[in-house]
Ligand binder design. Structure first.
Ligand code: UD1
Length: 330
């Protein structure tokens, strides 16, 4: 264990809070910086929560000094793709400009390691459906572009200074922690598994399949669904790698195989034990037919081993979380 502390921006959000929990369980000193725009205080199970913004240079500077920070894990971001299309500058402000401020503070204070939460959205429309880290990045929405710009800033900063970093490109994240304490809380969610679980519990009357005419085995879109626990563990693995002197790298985080929308919905119905009210609708704008991670690099180079690569387990976990939310809101 290090006597230094780790700053986790966005640590009250969905993925950040799972990483904070795993760091805390391993005895790490954690400081969370979150403006609670979409995060929740109660999701921070370990460490100190400071409510504030990553764009606030004075605050970040003071936190780094006061808490003896040597590593930053950066999750704070807006993540709603359609919103990024309607309001691109909101995304460039929060995801790109605010991150530039954060990186400047890191540079001024000699931060050693940086782990960045990026996205499969940097790839855009894939010709082959499977992305390796060398697949050309051609984001098709401002969300993906705003994250890619941070990837570039990080690369350049690591070349110019002693900072080392890992960029993790997430595929489709789902599930909650084993004790159902933290999970996906976003209101008006659009993510398939979340929406299907909400429909299963009667929070929605129905759900839609967006597109049944794709060139895929059953005509519906295929995605690589990863359990949030495995994704959080990828961050812990990346941290160990950087602490052992590993050089800066970018990795995909998925399981390397996909499920169609229909397969996901069949699994939700099976685990829930009742049929869903499903409507078939036209394709949703901007959806690629297939998006799967080639995730051999992170397994080979960092030794990351997924433990929950099982759609039923992911759905079970997501359903449990939805039950908990439903009980809380009654
Ligand atoms: C998500 C991420 C995106 C990331 C991508 C990686 C968010 C908001 N989006 O997008 O940043 O790049 O994973 O793969 O976090 N679908 C339906 N009905 C629904 C909802 C979805 O049929 O009600 C279908 C979609 O058309 C798609 C699949 O389900 O084929 C998954 O969609 P969704 O869960 O929204 O995630 P992505 O769009 O893949």
């Amino acid at each position: 264990m290090s006597s230094k502390s780790i700053l986790v921006t966005g640590g009250a959000g969905y993925i950040g809070s799972h990483v904070v929990r795993q760091l805390g369980e391993q005895g790490e000193n954690v400081v969370v910086l979150d403006n609670l725009y979409s995060g929740q205080k109660e999701a921070v199970l370990y460490g100190k929560l400071i409510i504030g913004d990553t764009s606030d240079k004075e605050l970040v500077d003071q936190i780094i000094k006061q808490y003896n920070i040597d590593t930053v894990m950066h999750f704070a971001a807006h993540t709603v793709v359609p919103e990024s299309v309607e309001n691109p500058l909101k995304y460039y402000a929060n995801n790109t400009s605010a991150t530039r401020n954060l990186l400047e503070c890191c540079q001024n204070n000699g931060i050693k390691h940086f782990i960045f939460s990026s996205t499969a959205a940097v790839y855009g429309m894939l010709e082959e459906g499977v992305a390796t880290e060398d697949t050309p990045t051609r984001p098709i929405n401002p969300y993906g572009t705003s994250k890619l710009m941070t990837e570039w800033m990080l690369k350049d900063l690591s070349l110019a200074t002693d900072l080392t970093h890992i960029t993790l490109r997430y595929f489709n994240v789902s599930g909650c922690d084993p004790q159902t304490r933290i999970g996906q809380n976003t209101p008006n969610a659009t993510l398939l598994i979340k929406v299907a679980c909400e429909a299963a519990l009667g929070k929605r009357d129905s759900l839609s399949i967006f597109g049944t005419d794709y060139d895929t085995p059953d005509g519906t879109g295929v995605r690589d669904y990863i359990h949030v626990e495995d994704l959080a563990d990828a961050h812990i693995t990346a941290l160990k790698y950087l602490r052992n002197g590993g050089e800066s790298k970018t990795f995909n985080c998925g399981y390397g195989h996909g499920y169609s929308v229909k397969e996901v919905l069949d699994t939700v119905q099976k685990v829930h034990g009742a049929p869903l009210n499903i409507e078939e609708k036209p394709r949703r704008a901007g959806d690629p037919p297939i998006l799967i991670a080639d995730c051999s690099a992170i397994q080979k180079e960092l030794g990351w081993k997924p433990k929950l690569d099982d759609l039923e387990k992911i759905v079970e976990s997501s359903l449990k979380w939805e039950h908990k939310l439903a009980n809380k809101n009654q």
